[in-house]
Design a protein around this ligand. Structure first.
Ligand SMILES: [Zn+2]
Length: 250
């Protein structure tokens, strides 16, 4: 762990119940931490967050967080993973034993076990990099002390059914992102709001409130066809709508 001040310390902080465990791959240490509740009530402007594939998150205060999966380091590891997976299945194929009944039995050789452990390690490394990135972002957002945070209610299961998108969506870990934001909000007395699934955050003009029925997925810009004539980045427009949604609720 290398996140500055992720673990609370100072007066009134108690560490209890240390435990060491082994999951077959890595050693873990867990410690219970008791510390006084944060009683500060944040007063800064609320924010809306639009999640996406192109960019991981676009925040209504103007910050944009990129999709880490387009990163060279991740791409390299994903390539390595694919190669390793192919190698393992090839090894299984080579060591397959035909029984008298004509059925196939797959034997696990020492070499296969070794390769499978390498794969486990690689998977863990990828998860660690992705989760660490999410922790950095969610902590950064919370540190700005907004009075509320609004995210969309993403129908991830529905989106996963789309073959072309499912891999990209799975890699983005939206669920983990909102989970972290939610509990960190609760710890810091920030109201956490999930917008209704049918709230049209993309198709509404954040400036005048008009609705654009024919906005296509490929439209990267929101161009208001009503009198206000605003031209905004599509995701930024959505994040502003989510912020407005929270404003009305609060
Ligand atoms: Zn407008």
């Amino acid at each position: 762990m290398c996140e500055h001040r992720r673990i609370p310390y100072g007066e009134g902080v108690k560490y209890i119940n240390p435990r060491v465990s082994f999951d077959g791959l890595s050693w873990w240490i867990s410690v219970g931490i008791e510390y006084p509740d944060n009683i500060e009530i944040p007063t800064n402007k609320g924010i809306g967050i639009d999640l996406g594939i192109e960019k991981l998150a676009v925040v209504s205060d103007g910050t944009v967080y990129k999709n880490i999966n387009k990163n060279k380091r991740i791409k390299k590891l994903e390539k390595k993973k694919k190669r390793l997976q192919r190698k393992i299945s090839r090894k299984y194929e080579m060591n397959k034993i035909k029984t008298k009944g004509g059925e196939c039995r797959y034997e696990k050789t020492k070499n296969i076990i070794k390769l499978e452990n390498q794969l486990k390690k690689l998977n863990q490394r990828l998860t660690n990099i992705r989760h660490n990135y999410l922790h950095q972002i969610t902590t950064e957002i919370i540190k700005r002390k907004p009075s509320f945070i609004v995210v969309e209610d993403l129908n991830v299961t529905g989106m996963m059914k789309n073959k072309h998108l499912s891999k990209a969506i799975g890699q983005q870990r939206f669920h983990e992102f909102t989970r972290q934001l939610q509990y960190k909000s609760e710890w810091n007395n920030i109201k956490f709001i999930v917008a209704d699934r049918f709230f049209p955050s993309s198709k509404t003009c954040s400036q005048c409130g008009s609705y654009k029925k024919d906005l296509k997925l490929s439209d990267r810009k929101y161009i208001c066809s009503y009198c206000c004539g605003s031209i905004l980045d599509r995701d930024y427009n959505a994040s502003l709508n989510l912020k407005n949604y929270g404003q009305e609720l609060v």
